[in-house]
Design a protein around this ligand. Structure first.
Ligand SMILES: Cc1cc2nc3c(=O)[nH]c(=O)nc-3n(C[C@H](O)[C@H](O)[C@H](O)COP(=O)(O)OP(=O)(O)OC[C@H]3O[C@@H](n4cnc5c(N)ncnc54)[C@H](O)[C@@H]3O)c2cc1C
Length: 405
């Protein structure tokens, strides 16, 4: 049953609510009175539109009561945190992208930036975190944290958050980051916005504005977390710029102990097997990508050749991946990888918004397309209107000569 209540005596049948309902849940009945169906989500978009205040929603459940949440003293939460993801003692660049953005957010709030470093033998990573902008590092260095496992990592972060109470906590949206963020946010009973493309501070409310694509990438939604802390968000690799490392920076190092002993951890890592033929699109400085214009799996041959000459990686649009022409690991875009190379050569790619979402921050975009109206030309720094099967081999030949390959 819908939660929205309509006062039939007050309703004038103006239909203002019907027009504004994003879910199409309202209509006028035979007597020209608004009625609501069960698809209503109680979003409240219709309330301010009713000129006679005939619409109402029941008050939200009392905080701390049945179905409610505990009252949170928001003023007790201060500081911006980021998680430093590392593997075998080497931090991923995604962590330092979080450091750069975290620094910006902390400066906007006039507060400190804290890095959480978990692992074994990772004190040097803590030092790096300071060089990338952290004022303080919370270091938990223990054999139980030598490889990533959800339970011990989440237990440590939950404990640290409960002790120190940060107002903002950001993590990279890597496989591990997504797993960890979800687990920590759930245990802390706070909100989490995944895959943000922008994070800013609202100067009036000091709330974190978490922006991300919604409805299949057709709109950008800005999400707030006004009642819970910390405000948590994940951000994909290459969305934010890497900050400069400053080896002269000084910071505070605080050591903590792990929460779970080995005997309490359900999962064990038996072995690591490196998958052959992995593509590392996120770190590639040059990407040559093929779209449906390549015409089939064999059409990627000139793309691969140019990528090889330029020392780059091969990217692809989703259409080619869906068609089975190339594995998913090559897909660039909203549901593939986000990349930020120095050079992105888009061959036979139309430039759909979902593809652009993954590559439009490349420093230099070259588009090759037979259609001069293709949207990719709107983001390209250089556009070549032509057949990729002529243009790409010609480019490969020229670069081969000039690079003496
Ligand atoms: C929820 C959602 C998520 C999505 N996620 C992604 C994503 O992550 N990544 C992604 O790429 N897409 C994604 N898509 C799909 C996206 O909307 C487009 O359908 C897709 O990007 C189109 O791929 P394309 O440009 O290769 O193909 P098309 O749009 O068919 O374009 C092919 C282009 O090739 C050109 N062409 C043809 N022959 C030649 C030739 N011989 N030489 C030069 N040019 C030629 C044509 O002029 C055309 O512009 C997503 C869609 C949805 C709904």
């Amino acid at each position: 049953m819908a939660l929205l209540e309509i006062n039939r005596d007050e309703c004038t049948g103006c239909a203002a609510c019907v027009e504004v309902c994003p879910f199409g849940s309202l209509r006028l009945d035979d007597e020209d009175i608004a009625v609501v169906d069960e698809t209503c989500t109680a979003c409240g978009a219709c309330l301010p539109e009713c000129p006679v205040e005939a619409l109402s929603l029941p008050p939200p459940p009392a905080r701390g009561g049945e179905g409610g949440v505990e009252e949170v003293d928001l003023s007790a939460y201060q500081g911006v945190w980021f998680w430093v993801e590392q593997f075998q003692g080497q931090a991923g660049s995604i962590s330092w992208e979080m450091a750069g953005k975290g620094r910006e957010l902390a400066d906007a709030l006039g507060t400190t930036l804290t890095a959480c470093v978990l692992g074994q033998g990772v004190e040097h990573v803590a030092q790096e975190a300071i060089c990338y902008g952290a004022d303080r590092v919370l270091l938990v260095d223990d054999p139980t944290l030598s490889v990533y496992r959800t339970d011990p990592y989440a237990a440590v972060l939950v404990d640290l958050v409960q002790r120190y109470k940060p107002e903002v906590f950001i993590l990279g949206a890597s496989t591990r980051g997504r797993d960890l963020a979800g687990s920590v946010a759930t245990k802390l009973r706070t909100g989490l916005t995944a895959d943000c493309t922008e994070l800013t501070i609202d100067p009036e409310t000091r709330l974190l504005r978490q922006t991300r694509p919604a409805f299949g990438g057709n709109i950008m939604a800005t999400i707030l977390c006004p009642h819970h802390r910390p405000q948590m968000a994940t951000v994909r690799h290459r969305v934010f710029e890497m900050p400069q490392m400053d080896t002269s920076r000084q910071g505070q190092l605080v050591r903590h102990r792990p929460i779970m002993g080995e005997g309490e951890i359900a999962s064990k890592v038996v072995d690591f097997i490196v998958q052959e033929g992995q593509v590392n699109l996120a770190d590639a400085q040059v990407i040559v990508a093929g779209g449906r214009g390549v015409g089939g799996p064999e059409g990627f041959a000139p793309i691969r050749e140019l990528a090889e000459v330029l020392g780059g990686a091969v990217g692809a649009s989703r259409s080619t991946v869906d068609a089975g022409w190339i594995p998913y690991a090559h897909q660039v875009g909203q549901t593939g990888r986000t990349v930020r190379p120095d050079l992105y050569v888009a061959c036979g790619i139309s430039g759909a918004i979902q593809h652009l979402a993954g590559m439009k921050t490349a420093s230099c975009i070259v588009a090759i397309n037979t259609d001069p109206e293709a949207p990719i030309f709107q983001v390209a720094h250089y556009g070549i209107v032509g057949d990729l099967f002529q243009v790409v081999p010609a480019l490969a030949q020229q670069f081969r000569q000039r690079l003496h390959k």
